[in-house]
Design a protein around this ligand. Structure first.
Ligand code: 5GP
Length: 103
């Protein structure tokens, strides 16, 4: 199922993109809850942490390295990574994303 994040990947809707490579995209959260609040997502459509398959292990490791990269880009060595998995945990966009919070 496509979400608004697929539209951001396809550049169909705008976002403040801070990092991109073949497999990942990172952009500023539209409703930040910290001075640095960036979302790191895979270009592959994965619903949430609860639907990660064993074949996604390398990709997920890469996404975490992108979390560190974007935090450092913003000048933060210390940062928090959060991922809500499922509506009951507060997930509102059903495309895997890691919130990177710092500051
Ligand atoms: P969740 O609640 O699923 O863990 O997080 C979804 C996040 O996506 C929220 O923090 C929300 O502010 C952000 N978000 C929702 N729609 C958009 C959008 O169109 N653009 C951007 N940049 N962030 C969005």
């Amino acid at each position: 199922m496509s979400t608004i994040f697929s539209k951001i990947i396809a550049r169909e809707i705008p976002a403040d993109i801070v990092y991109e490579d073949e497999h990942a995209l990172a952009f500023r959260d539209i409703n930040p809850v910290a001075p640095t609040h960036i979302l790191v997502i895979p270009k592959k459509e994965i619903v949430n942490v609860g639907s990660i398959e064993p074949e996604d292990a390398t990709l997920v490791g890469h996404l975490l390295s992108v979390c560190r990269k974007v935090a450092q880009q913003e000048g933060h060595e210390d940062f928090r990574v959060i991922s809500n998995s499922g509506a009951g945990a507060g997930q509102s966009v059903f495309h895997l994303h890691f919130h990177v919070l710092a500051g």
